[in-house]
Design a protein around this ligand. Sequence first.
Ligand SMILES: C[S@@+](CC[C@H](N)C(=O)[O-])C[C@H]1O[C@@H](n2cnc3c(N)ncnc32)[C@H](O)[C@@H]1O
Length: 382
Amino acid sequence: MAGHTNASMNAALKAKNDEFYTLLTDIEKEMRYYRKHFKGKIVLCNCDDPFESNFFKYFVLNFNRLGLKKLIATCYHTSPIVGQQLQYRYGKDGQMSFLFGDELDEKYSEKHPYKAVVTKVYDTSGDGGIDMLDVAELFKSGENELTELEGDGDFRSQECLHLLDESDIVVTNPPFSLFREYVAVMMEHKKHFIIIGNSNASTYKEVFPLIMQNRLWLGVTRSGTGSMWFRIMDDFPEKSGQKIENGIRYQTIGNSAWFTNLDVKKRHEELILVKRYSPENYPSYTNYDAIEVSKVADIPCDYSGMMGVPITFLGKYNPDQFEILGLSSTMAKPIDECVEPDAEYIKGGPRFYVKEGHKKYKRCYDRIVIRNKHPEPPKEVK
Ligand SMILES: C[S@@+](CC[C@H](N)C(=O)[O-])C[C@H]1O[C@@H](n2cnc3c(N)ncnc32)[C@H](O)[C@@H]1O
């Protein structure tokens, strides 16, 4: 019994830890780079309560500007925000009716997942602009569709997979704990996507090969550096990196990043390289045939061999300029096989090491191994 309770408590805690809500400004900042991709397309937000998610809000309010064909949003049954801004009930005639804003009523705060399908957005009130009240009105009038899902709204459920197959581009912030599964589903269903994840996910064994094969890359505005704030619920566990503004709680996640497989201009911008190679400044690894480049800004412009660079390189990666060959965690040879039996070094999983003194070796952070596709000729030594 105790095991059961622990398991359900862990599941509840895990679910809670997935409840981060993306801010509209962050969505706007990133989406502007993909504008040309949206015209005439069906966008799916499949981890998004239609009336709470800023992804839905962004796409519905920009529906005409982006020239979308359709917008679909579905939400998950455990989402704590379902029913906070929109409620619905069934009348005796079986018709669904909706309650919004001031009409909200505690007794109708049911938490059943639903799907929103939008095919038209216009100014229903005649006040000269489009807002969420117009969007709600279009659901009420039946011009757009709001229906209960049969299942729990899991993005892997059959009914959600049908919606996925119908759509062209998926845009959301999926639960971090299901990131691997989420990417696998996108790949299996051959979908274009723009999603948020933890930048550490880049090195997952399921994700990194996709990056190497140029089937997935980091987005523009957040690529693992700098912090991004998310709205959290009142019962979210207290942690460092939180703030409250106007009664709303926020959590920062320093290494959050956008992941996508839609091409953007920024991805083809050349990284300006100003440093030149010298063996003194770029030591070779003891347990791999590559040089150590500890900062992305220090990548030498004239080195044609393999280089180990920090993971943050992925935020600057231009596939026309560089080739990604692998990760130190899978490429490093066992250090004990490469050094003297009595050598000093910090032990751990596979990593690159550089010599830093007599029989002393420094363990490097995780590295990505890259090669410059068009290195400058080396400077002539006089
Ligand atoms: C990180 S939150 C982001 C919510 C929203 N996309 C946003 O960015 O504001 C992840 C959301 O996925 C939902 N979720 C959790 N597991 C899910 C699943 N298996 N299928 C679909 N949604 C899920 C959670 O309820 C939560 O609302």
